[in-house]
Write a protein that binds this ligand. Structure first.
Ligand code: SP5
Ligand code: ZN
Length: 365
């Protein structure tokens, strides 16, 4: 299987994030993508290629042009305002209650307020290289989509930063542009077909759900930690099914803490069944490894052999696969989990390579 990767992600270099007001070491770090790249290179069956630039148009097809403008301008503006901090994090948010019963919505000029106007949370810092990395991640996703449109049965886009928490007009959850949503929208236009998205990241893909909420040409199916318990908290319940002509094209499968391999695979089978009933030959996979038993911010108990089986069952649907990386924060396991999943998707056996070579981020080779 071909893999699309670019070292441009290294520019999104985050040291810490803020959780409930306190700084903690960042989870969404460059080492994640470098671990996966190194394991796939060591495997030998996953040729790497760089992305093609696709411009801004596919981004503004699903995102507010104001969000794109904000992300392009945010770091330079923070520097101009002499905000002497390692990263830009919002000071306050345009919360639901602020606007209730008032049809007002001004984007302020100051960068601290501007960030809060577009942001979901305080755990998604913006640094000097964030915009370039986020744009490159979109190009990675679209290049993987093009490989499949060009005849590949499957392609893997090693996107970083991830995307599924970014909605039409909001960034957050370590995400800036919704790589999977942009790729799915692109696929509908280039193929003329309906497109399904399967989101197996531990977290509900609130952004992807929001973007396609009223659309009947894109099915969104997500398996995730129950929002009553975990981030992103405000969406992901089973009664969220879409609205208007999109009614019935949003499927949420929330699961309890401690979900085992067998419980996860049972939920996967139900989800694949929903996809099998939706027309079209294309499936975008939002692939997260934060369902892993040792993930530091999640609470499922999925293991590496299960990733091989999940990849196998997803591919057994018979759809053409655009597989895009989302989360997964247990760095030592990421390479093997990705290799297991992707070999499963090719219906090849998985033989663990516990000593798979790893070249640290930034190392000259
Ligand atoms: C793409 C993706 O996986 N984004 C996830 C963003 C999660 N951000 C909030 C993290 C909150 C961590 N809470 C930790 C509890 C540990 N017991
Ligand atoms: Zn996640």
């Amino acid at each position: 299987m071909r893999v699309v990767y670019t070292p441009q992600h290294l520019a999104h270099d985050i040291a810490s994030e803020t959780i409930m007001g306190l700084p903690v070491p960042a989870n969404e770090v460059a080492e994640r993508a470098e671990r996966i790249r190194a394991a796939l290179e060591a495997d030998g069956g996953f040729p790497l290629q760089g992305p093609e630039a696709h411009g801004a148009e596919p981004i503004t097809a699903v995102h507010d042009p104001g969000l794109l403008r904000f992300l392009a301008e945010a770091w330079p503006q923070a520097r101009r305002e002499a905000i002497d901090r390692p990263a830009l994090i919002p000071e306050g948010f345009a919360a639901r209650g602020y606007f209730q019963e008032m049809a007002i919505a001004h984007e302020p000029k100051a960068i601290s307020g501007r960030a809060g106007y577009w942001a979901l949370d305080t755990s998604t810092p913006i640094v000097a290289g964030t915009y370039a990395a986020a744009r490159a991640a979109v190009d990675v996703a679209l290049t993987a989509a093009d490989l499949v449109l060009g005849g590949e049965r499957a392609a893997y886009g090693l996107c970083r930063p991830p995307g599924h928490h970014a909605s039409r007009s909001m960034y957050g959850g370590y995400c800036f542009f919704n790589n999977a949503a942009i790729a799915a929208d692109w696929l509908t236009k280039r193929s003329g077909e309906r497109v399904a998205i399967l989101d197996v990241d531990f977290h509900h893909g609130n952004g992807t759900q929001q973007i396609f909420w009223r659309r009947d040409d894109v099915l969104y199916v997500s398996i995730h930690g129950d929002p009553d318990r975990v981030y992103p908290y405000f969406s992901g319940w089973t009664d969220e099914r879409g609205e208007g002509s999109g009614t019935g094209t949003n499927v949420n499968v929330p699961l309890p803490a401690g979900t085992s391999d067998d419980e996860y695979l049972a939920a996967l089978d139900r989800s694949l069944d929903a996809i099998a009933h939706f027309p079209g030959s294309l499936l975008v996979v939002s692939l997260g490894f934060d369902t892993y038993a040792l993930d530091p911010i999640s609470d499922f108990a999925v293991t590496t052999p299960a990733y091989h089986e999940i990849g196998r069952r997803v591919a057994a649907l018979g759809r053409r696969l655009v597989i895009l990386q989302e989360g997964g924060y247990h760095r030592p396991s990421l390479g093997e989990n990705a290799r297991a999943w992707l070999r499963g998707a090719e219906d090849r056996e998985f033989d663990p390579l516990p000593a798979a070579g790893f070249t640290p981020a930034g190392t000259k080779v």
